[in-house]
Design a protein around this ligand. Structure first.
Ligand SMILES: Nc1ncnc2c1ncn2[C@@H]1O[C@H](COP(=O)(O)OP(=O)(O)OP(=O)(O)O)[C@@H](O)[C@H]1O
Length: 268
């Protein structure tokens, strides 16, 4: 079934800092139009997660703050809302690393997601939709979420988010750490979720997958949007192919992209 499509999610002139020392985003503007998939690409530390934290109202949990700019959904201001308020408004995040409640069952995780809908009608339909998208969650309903595989946990995290009936789903690196086949399956599911009417903001280190799924894409570099356009045009651009798709002269690839993750990255 299709959920009610929402209006455009718009980020305008967004500047975010962590304390006085770190400005993680500088005047970022982008839109996730109703019913589309919009991708954000960027190297480690570019500010992708910070953008999602700002959108989901969770920045303050990480000692971050919006210094300037606005976030609106259909003209309604979201910046300044608490996370529960953002979810109730229809913008729901699937965090990086899944963050399922490992000691709770699959069923309990899904019910927790439904709480975000704050009693709005349509819970049964949302559940049916999740079970159709992810039949394995029905099969594992009574299992502890912590016992699921990485791919299944990603499905549960997405299912839990859909239980809140979002008009915009925020996905933070949904295929990170998954085997290629599972990553493809997750990608197909993202496309299906979108076909059913939910807009998606997709943050993905798998640039090839992201550009295939997205209508529009943006490249974030050191906190600034440096390139934006139709995803197929970005996929064809030399710069994107060289830096994000690993196509072309291997020596020309920025060393940044070949370095293993740093301790700082894991700690962050
Ligand atoms: N809680 C924090 N306190 C201070 N600085 C932070 C914090 N979180 C992130 N940063 C810094 O903000 C910048 C953007 O980080 P962010 O995690 O948003 O990037 P990213 O593109 O999501 O990278 P990754 O792919 O590694 O998650 C980096 O310089 C990072 O070190």
């Amino acid at each position: 079934m299709a959920t009610k499509a929402g209006a455009t999610l718009a980020v305008s002139g967004l500047t975010v800092s962590y304390g006085k020392a770190v400005r993680a985003l500088r005047e970022v503007s982008l839109e996730v139009p109703e019913g589309t998939v919009t991708a954000v690409l960027g190297a480690n530390g570019a500010g992708k997660t910070t953008l999602l934290r700002a959108l989901s109202g969770t920045l303050s949990f990480h000692r971050g703050a919006i210094e300037a700019g606005t976030i609106t959904l259909g003209g309604r201001t979201l910046s300044g809302l608490r996370p529960a308020g953002v979810v109730a408004a229809g913008v729901v995040q699937v965090p990086e690393g899944r963050r399922v409640f490992g000691r709770l069952t699959v069923e309990e995780n899904l019910r927790a997601g439904a709480l975000g809908a704050r009693g709005r009608p349509g819970g049964d339909a949302a559940r049916d939709r999740v079970m159709e998208l992810f039949p394995v969650l029905g099969e594992r309903a009574r299992q502890r979420a912590g016992l699921l595989s990485g791919g299944e946990q990603q499905m549960l995290a997405m299912g839990r988010a859909l239980m809140a009936r979002p008009s915009v789903l925020l996905l933070d690196e949904p295929t990170l750490g998954l085997a290629p086949l599972m990553a493809e399956r997750i990608g197909e599911t993202v496309a299906e979720i979108n076909r059913q009417g939910t807009a998606v903001l997709l943050i993905e280190q798998n640039a090839a997958l992201a550009l295939r799924l997205a209508t529009t894409a943006h490249v974030l570099e050191v906190g600034e949007v440096t390139l934006s356009g139709p995803a197929d045009e970005l996929a064809a651009s030399d710069e994107v192919r060289r830096r994000y798709l690993g196509v072309g002269d291997a020596d020309a690839v920025e060393p940044e992209f070949r370095r293993p993750p740093t301790l700082e990255r894991w700690a962050g």
